[in-house]
Ligand binder design. Structure first.
Ligand code: FAD
Length: 341
C-alpha cells in the first residue's frame, strides 16, 4: 500500500508530541493534525508545565516511571541544546514541602530528577510551618513557547495542520487509514468516555523575576513555579467543574497561599489569570481499537486522559502511541497483502 494517511485529532501537547513521534517512528506515513483549537487556546497552554509526576492509580508504576524517564531525558537534551530558549525548556531547582512527614518519603521518580535529597534543617527554616521536604532539580516547559516550537517542528517534517472540529471519529474513515485520538477533555464528547472527567485548575502568572526556585506543597495544591518570562502561581483542583471563567475570590486565595510560602511575592504584579480543565482518568487511555461499519474498518489509537501530569509524561506516551500506530500499519499491510492473494 502507499504510505498510510494518519489523522491526529487534537493540537494540545499530546496531539502535537504524538504527531511528531509518528513522523519519527513511521516515516512512510503522511500525518495531518486536525483540531478545533490551537495554541494559545488549549488546556496545555494553561499548564504550569513542571516535570513532577502525578500518579495514575490504575497504571502500573513501572510504566509511569518509564514514561517519565523518557520525557525527562528527551527534554533534558533539549534544555542542553541551542534550541532551549526557543523551545521554552529549562532546568529549575527547588523544594517540595510537607506540613507532616508523608508515608512515602521516597517517590518512585526520585532517581529520574536530578540531585533528589531530603531537605536539610537549615533549608526547612525557610518554611516554619513545614516539617519535611525534598530538594531536587527538574525541568519546566514554558507554554505556549513549547507548543509553538512543536508546531514548527511538525511543519518542517511535512505534517499538515488543519482547523477542523471532528464530531465523530468515523467521519474520517474515507479520508484516512488510521486515526489517533488526542482530544484531551474533548474525548468525553467525541468518544463518549464516561471515565474521563474535568479537574478545573486556575493559575496566575506574575512578574517576580527575583523568584528563582520552585516551591510546591506536597499535596500539589499550592505551588510557585518560575518560568522564563513569568512565575506561575497555583492552584486549584476542582473535580467535575467545567467552568472556564476565572474566579476573582480564587485568584486572591491562590495569591495569599503562595505569599505565605514566599512572602516576597507580595510585591509581585499579577499579569494574567488562566483556567484549564485537566483531562482526568484513573489511567491514561493508550489503546488500539478498530471501528467498523458495514464491513469497513478504521483502526484508531487513543492517547488521552493525562490529567494533572501531561507535561511530565507526554513524550513517553507519545512514543507508545506511535508504536501502536506502527502495529496498525503492520495489520493494514497484512490484510492488504492477504487480499491480493
Ligand atoms: P489539550 O491541551 O486540551 O488538547 C486537546 C486538543 O484536542 C485541543 O487542541 C482541542 O481543541 C482538541 N479537540 C478536542 N475535541 C476535539 C474535537 N472534537 N475535534 C477536533 N479537535 C478537538 N501537567 C504537568 O505535567 N505539569 C504541570 O505543571 C501541569 N500544570 C497544570 C496546571 C493547570 C492549571 C492545568 C489545567 C493542567 C496542568 N497540567 C500539568 C496538566 C496538563 O496541562 C494536561 O495533562 C495536558 O495539557 C493535556 O494535554 P492534551 O493535549 O491531552 O489536552
Amino acid at each position: 500500500m502507499a504510505g498510510p494517511k494518519v489523522a491526529v485529532v487534537g493540537a494540545g501537547l499530546i496531539g502535537l508530541s504524538t504527531a511528531l513521534c509518528i513522523t519519527e517512528t513511521c516515516p512512510s506515513c503522511s500525518v495531518t493534525v486536525l483540531s478545533d483549537q490551537f495554541s494559545p487556546n488549549t488546556t496545555s497552554d494553561v499548564a504550569a508545565g513542571i516535570l513532577i509526576p502525578h500518579t495514575y492509580p490504575d497504571t502500573p508504576i513501572h510504566v509511569q516511571k518509564q514514561w517519565f524517564r523518557e520525557t525527562f531525558s528527551h527534554l533534558f537534551a533539549i534544555s542542553n541544546s541551542a534550541e532551549a530558549s526557543e523551545a521554552g525548556i529549562h532546568l529549575v531547582s527547588g523544594w517540595q514541602i510537607f506540613k507532616n512527614t508523608p508515608k512515602e518519603q521516597l517517590p518512585f521518580w526520585l532517581d529520574v530528577v536530578l540531585g533528589f535529597r531530603p531537605m536539610s534543617e537549615a533549608e526547612l527554616q525557610k518554611f516554619p510551618q513545614h516539617r519535611f521536604g525534598q530538594a531536587f532539580t527538574t525541568l519546566k516547559c514554558d507554554c505556549p513557547p513549547y507548543m509553538l516550537w512543536l508546531e514548527k517542528r511538525l511543519k518542517a517534517s511535512g505534517v499538515q495542520i488543519c482547523p477542523r472540529k471532528v464530531a465523530d471519529l468515523w467521519e474520517l474513515h474515507s479520508e484516512y487509514n488510521i486515526v489517533v485520538n488526542c482530544a484531551g477533555i474533548g474525548a468525553h464528547q467525541l468518544v463518549g468516555d464516561k471515565k474521563l472527567f474535568p479537574v478545573r485548575g486556575q493559575v496566575l502568572k506574575v512578574q517576580a523575576p527575583w523568584v528563582k526556585n520552585f516551591i510546591r506543597e506536597g499535596d500539589g495544591l499550592t505551588y510557585i513555579y518560575p518560568g522564563i518570562d513569568s512565575v506561575t502561581l497555583g492552584g486549584t483542583r476542582e473535580k467535575d467543574n467545567w467552568s472556564l471563567s476565572p474566579d476573582p475570590g480564587t485568584t486572591q486565595d491562590i495569591f495569599d497561599r503562595c505569599c505565605s510560602l514566599e512572602p516576597s511575592l507580595r510585591g509581585a504584579q499579577v499579569v494574567k489569570v488562566k483556567v484549564g480543565l485537566r483531562p482526568s482518568r484513573q489511567s491514561v487511555r493508550l489503546q488500539r481499537e478498530v471501528l467498523s461499519q458495514g464491513g469497513v474498518k478504521l483502526p484508531v489509537v487513543h492517547n488521552y486522559g493525562h490529567g494533572s501530569g501531561g507535561f511530565s509524561v507526554h513524550w513517553g506516551t507519545a512514543k507508545d502511541a506511535a508504536y501502536l500506530v506502527r502495529e496498525c500499519i503492520a495489520a493494514l499491510q497484512g490484510s492488504s497483502s492477504r487480499a491480493k492473494l
